[in-house]
Design a protein around this ligand. Structure first.
Ligand code: S3P
Length: 471
């Protein structure tokens, strides 16, 4: 049993955001050494966690506050490197932000017109969201801007934003036939367009919505599938003139108002702890005050379909974003899953963890219609297939996905390929295996969830000071 929560949606004190309820000796052990995470499994997880803010909502909260007219205050922002890249974006375009004594970030927006001419290239690091949504904002500004990123981001497809932003009237170019970063943007007057977005991407949708708010006339977007709807929900709650239904959005010129927000916890980061609890004997964990936006709940449905014992309870909403608690217990009878079609876009960030969980199931699981995974922080189809085989899982790779033949995962050593979700997905599933496992390149976790090892340790009853930090 989990104790009832000690205070409101905030963590109960200023200490770590996880509290263990383990009494007595823990089964397993874990620690970080030279950038590798070592886990002596199986762990057993008990306790409650207040996760850092959702990455998608954090990016948007910062960017929307930067063009609001007035001062916004945002707390529980994601502490990951991706969101730091968006903070950096704001400082290069001259938006004033500061971190207050209580940890909240205060942003002084001056409307869209408040952006200054950048005097240096904007480094988006590993963050596709910063680059793509940032490009949508800059397309409407009368400035010259260069958006660059790390070696992984420079391989990610950008024609998906270059084409429509150019059709709206901005001059946007990339390398290699306008396909890759760096992006060079000469923004200016935009006109609304009617546009069939070529991929089911919430980043592209977010970019075009921000361009549409600055354009003359109406912008209509149709996507090939339903994707996460944070931009629509938040901007509507902030008074912008837009409406959306399923995979269609209509945007008219308008500007968000300033706001105060505590960003709900990241459900995609929580998915790693949920999977770990499902495979670790004796586990029962509560994840507090998470984002429960319906367009992010496909992971909960998928876990239920696999036989994971998971319960959700919505508590309220902030800036149009619902939040609440999720509890998960050890689930010894897991079953296989088939992901394809429209579910693929809604589970895009959770495929690595679902695949690693499915590796514990003694039946065949299949993951298809996922070509988009090849253009993420790594080629996640190739990397999952390679690393799953290293821990004894038989796989069959296709251009658009893969199948797992079933039969269980064995403790062993895998590499992150510099991809945060690969690092944490394997760490979660290996936590349920008997013996020593090692995830090399574990520092990649800092991109979205630097506190992952600490939170897992606290839930496992391992002293987090002994475990160490990823950065
Ligand atoms: C995101 C959308 C997704 C997701 C990424 C964050 C967002 O990308 O993979 O981690 O915040 O809009 P795509 O929409 O490009 O698939």
């Amino acid at each position: 049993m989990i104790d009832s929560r000690v205070s409101g949606p905030e963590p109960p004190d200023a200490g770590p955001n996880a509290r263990s309820q383990r009494k007595g000796a823990n089964l397993g052990h874990m620690g970080i050494e030279g950038g590798s995470l070592r886990i002596e499994g199986p762990l057993s997880l008990r306790g409650e966690v207040w996760l850092p803010g959702d990455k998608s909502i954090s990016h948007r909260a910062l960017l929307f506050a930067s063009v609001a007219d007035g001062v916004s205050s945002i707390s529980n922002l994601s502490s990951g490197d991706d969101v730091l890249a968006t903070r950096n974006f704001l400082s290069v375009v001259g938006v004033d932000s500061s971190v207050e004594d209580d940890g909240a970030t205060r942003i002084a927006g001056n409307g869209f017109a408040g952006f200054l001419q950048p005097t240096t290239a904007i480094d988006c690091g590993n963050s596709g969201t910063t680059m793509r949504i940032g490009a949508g904002l800059l397309a409407g500004r009368p400035h010259f801007a260069v958006l660059n990123g790390d070696s992984s981001l420079r391989k990610r497809p950008m024609s998906r934003v270059i084409r429509p932003l150019s059709a709206m009237g901005a001059e946007v170019t990339g390398t290699d036939g306008n396909r890759f970063p760096p992006l060079v943007i000469r923004g200016g007057s935009l006109k609304g367009i009617e546009y069939e977005v070529e991929v089911a991407s919430a980043q592209v949708k977010g970019a075009l919505i921000l361009a549409g708010l600055q354009a003359s006339g109406e912008t209509t977007l149709r996507l090939p599938a339903i994707t996460r709807d944070h931009s629509e929900r938040m901007l509507l709650a902030l008074g912008c003139d837009l409406d959306s239904h399923e995979n269609e959005v209509r945007v008219r010129p308008s500007q968000p108002c300033a706001f105060d927000m505590r960003v709900p916890g990241d459900i995609s980061s929580a998915a790693f702890l949920m999977a770990a609890a499902a495979v670790c004997p004796g586990s029962h964990i509560a994840l507090r005050s998470l984002s429960l936006n319906p367009s992010r709940l496909a992971i909960v449905d998928a876990l239920k379909e696999m036989g994971v014992e998971v319960e959700t309870a919505v508590e309220g909403s902030v800036v149009g974003e619902p939040f609440g608690d999720i509890e998960v217990s050890h689930s010894p009878k897991l079953s296989a899953i088939d992901v394809s079609g429209s579910a693929a876009a809604l589970l895009i960030d959770e495929i690595p963890v679902l695949a690693c969980l499915a590796a514990h199931v003694p039946e065949r699981s299949s993951f298809r219609d996922l070509t988009e995974l090849r253009g993420k922080e790594s080629d996640r189809i190739a990397v999952l297939c390679e690393e799953l085989q290293r821990v004894g899982v038989e796989v069959k790779e296709f251009e658009d996905g893969f199948e797992l033949m079933g039969g269980g995962m064995l403790a062993g050593e895998i590499g992150s390929h510099g991809d945060h979700r690969i690092a944490m997905a394997f760490a979660s599933a290996l936590a349920g295996c008997q013996g020593l496992s090692i995830v090399t390149g574990f520092e990649a976790a800092a991109v979205s969830y630097p506190e992952f090892a600490r939170d897992l340790a606290l839930l496992a009853g391992v002293d987090p000071v002994e475990v160490g930090q990823v950065r």
